[in-house]
Write a protein that binds this ligand. Structure first.
Ligand SMILES: NC(=O)c1ccc[n+]([C@@H]2O[C@H](COP(=O)([O-])OP(=O)(O)OC[C@H]3O[C@@H](n4cnc5c(N)ncnc54)[C@H](O)[C@@H]3O)[C@@H](O)[C@H]2O)c1
Length: 341
C-alpha cells in the first residue's frame, strides 16, 4: 500500500480528490488532515472506505500536529488546505496569510524532516492576475506571477515558498494551477452553488458589477484527476496550468442555472462589484495535455447538469450550511439576510 497525506480533504476539491483516488486505485491509503474551518465539512467524507481513508483533525500551521500525523513512510503530501474565498480575503487577510503561506512552509519542513518523496502544491490561476477581455490572451506557465487579491497573493507566496524549498533543500515538488472549479459539495458562498441554492429557493441571485467577468470553468473531478496525474508524471520543479477551455461570463453561468431550474431571469440582482475584481481568466492547458496526457472529460453542459442535480438531491447538505455561521458572513458581505439580497 502506498500512503499519501492530503491536507484540506474535508473541503470541496480535497474531498473530490480523495473520492477519485479511492475509486480509481486499489493500493493507496489516505491520511486526511483538516482543521475543519467553516469550509471543512465531515459530511463531505460520508461513505468513504474506512480501511483506506483516515481522518485527522488538525491545523497545518501547527508543526507538532503535522509531524505527529505525517507517517514516516508516506509517499507524498498533497496540499489542498487553504482559505479559499476571495471575498473573505478582502474583509480580512490574516487567516489567508497564516494558513496559505506559513501552513505551506510547515508542511514543506515536515516533508523534509520525514524525507517524503513528493510534494504537490494545489495552486490557482489567480496567482497570474487578470487578462484583457479580448480572447487571444491566455495564462500559460510562463505568465508572470501578479496576484491582485489578498487570496491570490497568499497563494502566489505559497508557490514561492515551495520553489524555495526545492531550490534550497532539493524537495521534489510540483505545482498545479487550476481555474474555477464547480461540482458537488462546493460551499455555497462560491458563484455556482450560491446561484443554484438561491434559485432553488426563489431568492435573488446577486451578480457583481455588469456580470461580464469571465472565468474558465472546470468540473471538479477533472481537476482532481489532473492533480493525480501530475503527481504521477509531472517533472519536479514544474508548474502545470489546468483548464477545460471553457470560458464563460458570470451572467451566462447564472442564466444557464436559472434556465435549467426553470426559474425567471428576473431573480438576477446586480450588486456592487467586488473590489479589484479580476476581469478575465483563461488557461492554456497545452503543457498538462501534451506532457502529462491529461484531458478534460466532462463538458460544461454535462458538468452543470450533474452539479445542479446533486444540489437538488442534497438540499439537507445545503440547508445545514445556510442555517449555520454562513448566515453571519452573508449578512456582513451583502448587507442582508440569506435570501433577501
Ligand atoms: N475552488 C476553486 O475553484 C479552486 C481553483 C483552483 C485552486 N484551488 C485551490 O484548491 C484548494 C482547495 O480549494 P477548495 O475550493 O476545496 O477550498 P475549500 O475552502 O472548500 O476547502 C478548504 C479546506 O481546507 C481546510 N483548511 C483551511 N485551513 C486549514 C488549516 N489551517 N489547516 C488544515 N486545514 C485547513 C478547510 O477546513 C477545508 O476543508 C485550495 O488550496 C485552493 O486555493 C481552488
Amino acid at each position: 500500500m502506498k500512503k499519501i497525506f492530503v491536507t484540506g480533504g474535508a473541503g470541496f476539491i480535497g474531498s473530490a480528490f480523495i473520492r477519485l483516488v479511492l475509486d480509481e486505485t486499489s493500493d493507496v491509503e489516505i491520511i486526511d488532515f483538516d482543521a475543519l474551518t467553516y469550509a471543512g465539512n465531515l459530511d463531505n467524507l460520508v461513505g468513504l472506505d474506512e480501511n483506506r481513508h483516515k481522518f485527522i483533525h488538525g491545523d497545518i500551521r501547527n508543526r507538532e500536529a503535522v509531524l505527529n500525523a505525517l507517517p514516516d513512510d508516506c509517499d507524498a503530501i498533497f496540499n489542498f488546505a487553504a482559505e479559499s474565498h476571495v471575498d473573505r480575503s478582502i474583509h480580512s487577510a490574516d487567516e489567508f496569510l497564516t494558513t496559505n503561506i506559513i501552513g505551506t512552509q510547515v508542511l514543506l519542513d515536515a516533508a523534509r524532516a520525514k524525507n517524503i518523496r513528493r510534494f504537490v502544491q494545489v495552486s490557482t490561476d489567480e496567482v497570474m492576475g487578470t487578462l484583457p477581455e479580448d480572447d487571444t490572451a491566455f495564462f500559460n506557465e510562463d505568465s508572470p506571477i501578479q496576484p491582485n487579491s489578498p487570496y491570490a497573493a497568499s497563494k502566489a507566496s505559497a508557490e514561492l515558498v515551495v520553489r524555495a524549498a526545492r531550490e534550497t533543500f532539493g524537495i521534489d515538488a510540483v505545482i498545479t494551477r487550476c481555474g474555477n472549479n464547480y461540482g458537488p459539495r462546493q460551499f455555497p458562498e462560491k458563484l455556482i452553488p450560491l446561484m443554484i441554492a438561491n434559485a432553488m429557493n426563489d431568492e435573488p441571485l446577486p451578480v457583481y458589477g455588469d456580470g461580464k467577468n469571465v472565468r474558465d470553468w472546470i468540473y471538479v473531478e477533472d481537476h482532481a484527476r489532473a492533480i493525480w496525474m501530475v503527481y504521477e508524471k509531472g517533472k519536479s520543479g514544474e508548474a502545470y496550468n489546468i483548464g477545460a477551455r471553457n470560458e464563460r461570463q458570470n451572467l451566462e453561468v447564472v442564466t444557464s442555472i436559472l434556465d435549467s431550474l426553470g426559474k425567471p431571469h428576473s431573480l438576477i440582482k446586480y450588486v456592487t462589484d467586488r473590489l479589484g475584481h479580476d476581469r478575465r481568466y483563461a488557461i492554456d492547458a497545452t503543457k498538462v495535455e501534451n506532457e502529462i496526457g491529461w484531458k478534460t472529460q466532462t463538458t460544461w453542459e454535462e458538468g452543470l447538469a450533474k452539479t445542479i442535480r446533486w444540489y437538488q438531491e442534497n438540499q439537507d447538505w445545503v440547508e445545514r450550511i445556510r442555517n449555520g455561521a454562513y448566515r453571519d458572513y452573508y449578512k456582513k458581505h451583502y448587507g442582508m439576510e440569506v435570501g433577501t439580497v
